[in-house]
Write a protein that binds this ligand. Structure first.
Ligand code: PNS
Length: 161
């Protein structure tokens, strides 16, 4: 069975992430989307909230599972016996960081974990969770960035429900 992990912060998931999830799910038999529990960042949504949001947003994709992890991606992937990590590339600005991370993961895992990049569709190339949060914070329209239920949760977080 071909399996892959799509790791990320997903704070919150955007249409860009969802497009990568759908496309990766059509390539692999099983895709685990996993939320990093990063103790060094203060996210808007807790790990539990992000997992729930992802579960709702991917409920129509039967071969997609949602999970969370802490620590190194290579250790998490090994524990799941998965050898491919998926990452989306939006623009050249993502490339340097993503290349370095992919090569570090390859070195750390002694070649056991490969990274496969899917290029973000042009219509989502500008999207980031950070800009979505900033737009929502100032009452802007995020309807083209995230599913409606995520937009509602964002406005709730910023006290405009
Ligand atoms: O959505 P993001 O924040 O760009 O995702 C980054 C993520 C979670 C994929 C990356 O930070 C990660 O895998 N962190 C786990 C720690 C790790 O394995 N670091 C080693 C690579 S330098």
């Amino acid at each position: 069975m071909k399996a892959a992990i799509y790791p990320g912060s997903f704070d919150p998931v955007t249409f860009g992430h969802l497009d990568i999830i759908k496309r990766a799910a059509s390539i692999f038999d099983e895709l685990t989307v996993s939320v990093l529990n990063n103790t060094q960042k203060t996210p808007l949504f807790s790990v539990e909230e992000r997992v729930k949001i992802l579960e709702e947003a991917t409920k129509d994709l039967p071969n997609v599972k949602i999970d969370s992890f802490s620590g190194l991606l290579i250790d998490y992937a090994k524990s799941k016996d998965v050898h491919v990590a998926i990452r989306g590339l939006r623009a050249i600005t993502d490339f340097e960081y993503e290349l370095q991370t992919a090569q570090t993961n390859s070195m750390l895992s002694k070649g056991e974990l490969d990274t496969m990049f899917l290029t973000t569709r042009l219509e989502y190339a500008y999207l980031s969770s950070s800009s979505v949060k900033e737009i929502a914070q100032f009452h802007g329209d995020v309807s083209q960035c995230v599913p409606d239920f995520v937009a509602r949760l964002l406005y709730e977080k910023f006290g405009q429900a």
